[in-house]
Design a protein around this ligand. Structure first.
Ligand code: URA
Ligand code: SF4
Length: 270
């Protein structure tokens, strides 16, 4: 696409996103996204998934081979590890919303296998409006970044998961924001002992989330509203989309020692 066409495309795409009030609607229009070249590599878009009333959002990096085939996030080996750690922490996966910073699988061939390839900055930037729109529609109380890619996207390029994992970070994105390791990094541990230890640390981070809003996350079978109604005006959404990338900031945000009480109102960022 020529540069001019690209700008026109982006403008049109942005308008479509802004005028789509529900997560379901966003997932549908994302199928036609051509904002970067990854759509050509993947089988299908892998949009975020979960209850539209979820209070907690998990953000990974990019779908893998299994996710690409299934069209669902975190259903492969990393997803299995995430599911187990969530269960161990007392969090019902069906109560949370799970998504990725980039919505199309990126891979390179190795023999017959398709090997996950890290997304480029340009692809992460191109995909950002979808993530911003998901946050604006869901308005989660808690956002958990899984790994460095999600953490850098949402907390700024200087953020280091190695230094601040498991800490609650001041952010206008949600009342509580935390980054921890990506489950894939645990799967790559060099030996069983390390893997076991890292799984435990990961689970401990998730337990902090479970303590924050236990009733919202446990498998209590408590009745909850299920509508996918918009929770944010089109104007707020658009503002969030326009300003979010700039606001993600180059500074490492301040960390909080204690999780603050859950707030229900939203910041202007949506
Ligand atoms: N890794 C991710 O970051 N996301 C997925 O959906 C699967 C693996
Ligand atoms: Fe669009 Fe994101 Fe897919 Fe690129 S990776 S085509 S920006 S949905």
């Amino acid at each position: 696409m020529a540069k001019h066409d690209h700008l026109e495309y982006e403008d049109a795409a942005q308008k479509k996103i802004s005028s789509t009030p529900t997560l379901k609607g966003l997932a549908k229009i994302a199928r036609d996204c051509r904002a970067c070249d990854l759509w050509k590599r993947g089988t299908q878009v892998v949009f975020g998934e979960g209850e539209p009333n979820s209070t907690v959002m998990f953000v990974g990096e990019v779908p893998g081979d299994r996710e690409d085939r299934a069209g669902k996030p975190f259903v492969g080996p990393a997803g299995n590890l995430l599911d187990k750690a969530l269960a161990e922490a007392g969090i019902d996966r069906s109560k949370v919303y799970v998504t990725n910073a980039v919505k199309h699988f990126n891979w390179e061939p190795r023999g017959k296998r398709r090997i996950h390839k890290k997304p480029r900055t340009s692809e992460i930037t191109a995909c950002r409006p979808w993530l911003d729109a998901e946050i604006a529609r869901l308005k989660p109380k808690v956002i958990v970044c899984l790994g460095a890619t999600a953490a850098k996207v949402l907390l700024g390029p200087k953020f280091r998961v190695t230094q601040h994992r498991g800490e609650f970070i001041d952010s206008s994105l949600a009342p509580h924001v935390m980054a921890t390791v990506h489950p894939s990094s645990i799967l790559r541990a060099p030996d069983d002992d390390t893997r076991h230890l890292e799984t435990q640390r990961f689970t401990d981070d998730l337990k902090k989330i479970a303590q924050l809003i236990p009733h919202d996350l446990a498998d209590t079978k408590a009745p909850r509203p299920t509508s996918d109604a918009p929770k944010v005006s089109a104007v707020a959404t658009e503002n969030s989309l326009r300003g979010a990338s700039a606001k993600s900031g180059a500074q490492v945000p301040a960390t909080k020692t204690e999780p603050p009480p859950a707030r229900h109102q939203r910041s202007p960022q949506g």
